[in-house]
Design a protein around this ligand. Structure first.
Ligand SMILES: C[S@@+](CC[C@H](N)C(=O)[O-])C[C@H]1O[C@@H](n2cnc3c(N)ncnc32)[C@H](O)[C@@H]1O
Length: 169
């Protein structure tokens, strides 16, 4: 059997990315998004919603962890970050042009979850709890829906039907 060269994720980890990272990997042009309603699905502890809201965008974040308190979420962030930073450092599959090193990546992730926690504590109304494959939103409620690092990343843990229904619902 082929050995996985990247991380072998046995569970969904609580890692968040920043606006800069979302902008780069989704190829977002923020000028084009002015006046649109944006949903970040499985947004977790990403600071995308917090940073976009600070820039005046209409943002909603959706994740199953939003039923937990900020303290309970905070308690999971550092251990998950430590584990991934340690595990990723010796993997050959990753290019480090952007983060430079595992420690550099850790800085991005720590910045993201701290920024998220500030906004989550102060503006809980923008963070909707729920669990894919269902969402509580209306058809066409959002102009743009993003899902980063859940779908197609954990395909050994989530079935084809889960992926299909998450996209359709
Ligand atoms: C690796 S994190 C990605 C967070 C963020 N999208 C990012 O890229 O920075 C995966 C997220 O998916 C969430 N998640 C896992 N299963 C879910 C489900 N069935 N419905 C909603 N969220 C889920 C987890 O709680 C976690 O916050």
């Amino acid at each position: 059997m082929a050995q996985k060269r990247g991380l072998d994720l046995k569970r969904v980890v609580l890692l968040g990315r920043t606006l800069d990272e979302y902008r780069l990997f989704f190829g977002l042009n923020l000028d084009d998004l002015r006046g649109t309603a944006i949903l970040d699905v499985a947004a977790g502890v990403s600071s995308f919603t917090a940073e976009m809201r600070a820039l005046g965008f209409d943002m909603t974040a959706f994740d199953r962890i939003y039923s937990a308190s900020a303290d309970a979420i905070r308690a999971r962030c550092e251990p998950d970050l430590d584990e991934i930073t340690r595990d990723i450092a010796d993997k050959k599959a990753y290019k480090w042009d952007f983060y430079k090193s595992a420690a550099g990546m850790r800085e991005f992730r720590a910045r993201a979850y701290k920024r998220f926690l500030e906004d989550f504590t102060q503006h809980r109304e923008h963070y909707v709890e729920g669990e894919l494959p269902r969402t509580p939103f209306r058809d066409r409620q959002f102009d743009l829906t993003l899902a980063s690092y859940l779908l197609f990343v954990y395909e050994d843990q989530f079935s084809y039907e889960f992926h299909r229904d998450s996209l359709v619902n």
